[in-house]
Design a protein around this ligand. Structure first.
Ligand code: HEC
Length: 134
């Protein structure tokens, strides 16, 4: 048991460095929490069409699209599939805590691969979600 455990420890970093997968993966383990993002008076300037669709296509769909199945999802649960704005709204709280930014924190746990959004894009995500993902 102990020997197997150590082999796994040695193998894990190699896997994360991208020896196996085609997608360059990033390590797990970022601290998570609500961003405290709020919706500005008058609503968000961002909409699904102007922001959300491209954001999720660029940073999340590699693993979280319904067309991506099996090992190609790199462990992303099939229940977490962000093909449309409704599926995003349904998971808004969790997405805020994993990938968005706001006054209280910048969450960087997702995406687990490159490319990653910059802080401004994460702030935009936080605001958009706080407004109900219009
Ligand atoms: C390289 C693959 C990959 C990409 C890209 C990716 N994720 Fe994930 N995602 C995962 C994996 C693996 C899990 C399950 C493991 C975990 O929750 O730690 C997951 C789980 C999740 C969950 C469920 C967490 C839970 O606790 O149930 C949410 C929500 C999520 N991801 C959001 C996102 C968002 C938003 C993006 C884009 C900004 C994104 N992911 C991009 C791999 C990915």
């Amino acid at each position: 048991m102990r020997r197997a455990g150590r082999a796994l420890l040695l193998a894990a970093p190699l896997w994360l460095l991208g020896c196996g997968p085609r997608v360059p993966l990033r390590p797990d383990g970022a601290a998570l929490g609500p961003t405290g993002a709020t919706c500005p008076d008058g609503g968000s300037t961002f909409t699904y069409e102007s922001f959300g669709r491209a954001f999720f296509a660029t940073y999340c769909q590699t693993c979280h699209a319904s067309t991506v199945i099996g090992t190609a999802r790199f462990g992303a649960p099939s229940s977490e599939t962000f093909d449309d704005v409704l599926s995003i709204r349904a998971e808004a709280t969790m997405i805020d805590e994993l990938a968005a930014a706001g006054p209280d924190r910048v969450n960087t746990d997702m995406p687990r691969s490159f490319p990653v959004p910059n802080d401004a894009e994460r702030h935009a995500l936080g605001e958009w979600l706080a407004c109900g993902a219009p």
